[in-house]
Design a protein around this ligand. Sequence first.
Ligand code: MLT
Ligand code: MN
Ligand code: ZN
Length: 299
Amino acid sequence: MRVVILGSAAGGGLPQWNCRCPICETARREPGRVRPRTQSSIAVSANGADWLLVNASPDIRQQLFDTPALHPREGLRHSPIKAVLLTNGDVDHVAGLLTLREGQPFTLYGTSGILDSVNANRVFDVMAADVVAREPIALERRFEPLPGLAVTLFPVPGKVPLWLEDETMQIGAETETTVGAMIEAGGRRLAYVPGCAQVTDKLKGQLAGADALLFDGTVYYDDDMIRAGVGVKTGWRMGHVPMRGENGSVDALRDVAVGRRVFVHINNTNPVLIEDSPERAEIEAAGWTVGHDGLALSL
Ligand code: MLT
Ligand code: MN
Ligand code: ZN
């Protein structure tokens, strides 16, 4: 199985268009010290020719341009992307669907909970129904979006997307709106969990045995955004477990048997983004890689 991290940043990307926090400013001035990153997405292939895109970010046009394996290569109109899977309905995971218009057939997969919010929004009808099929997938049911590539979706603690929040919103609930994906090919397994509010025993059981884990690295401490002075929201309020501190993912996942551990969906306020920061050194000493755009894994 081939895996490419197309975008390793959380919503907003790095640098974020309107942000002058020290990390965004360093990404503009010293890209060797803070690598710029695009928004959250990966591509996966069993045969190297046909690809599953998991989450369609607002930066997808640039991501496809930067990834030769995803360039068109047959006839006049073509794409190696044969299927797209959504793990939640966040803007950073669905806005790129608008870029995938232009009459290119593929199948869009997601839980009913996620697809309902896409279906309810008429702007997504630019993906014409007779060209792009939308297939709801039940949780915990193995399906094959591409021959030789199997996926099982499982619920993870999360919340509804920011743009669907209302007074009934629950944080940390396990519903169809935030899922992880276990992706299998050739006997190898990739666990992809870009959004997760809490590491539970159930989640640990689901991840155990994966050859690689790509996991929610939005915040370092729960109060990153408050410390950085750019907002009042905690990681928990946004539905994201911190790397460190109480109930941090690094400690919570320490004893779970997974192969490679990589953080993705990293917010621009997270100090691990600074190549020479103590936080980066600590995360790497704990066996984690801080994901970056273009990072490829062969499993
Ligand atoms: C998140 O992951 O918390 C969301 O992408 C936030 C957003 O929609 O900007
Ligand atoms: Mn997000
Ligand atoms: Zn910033």
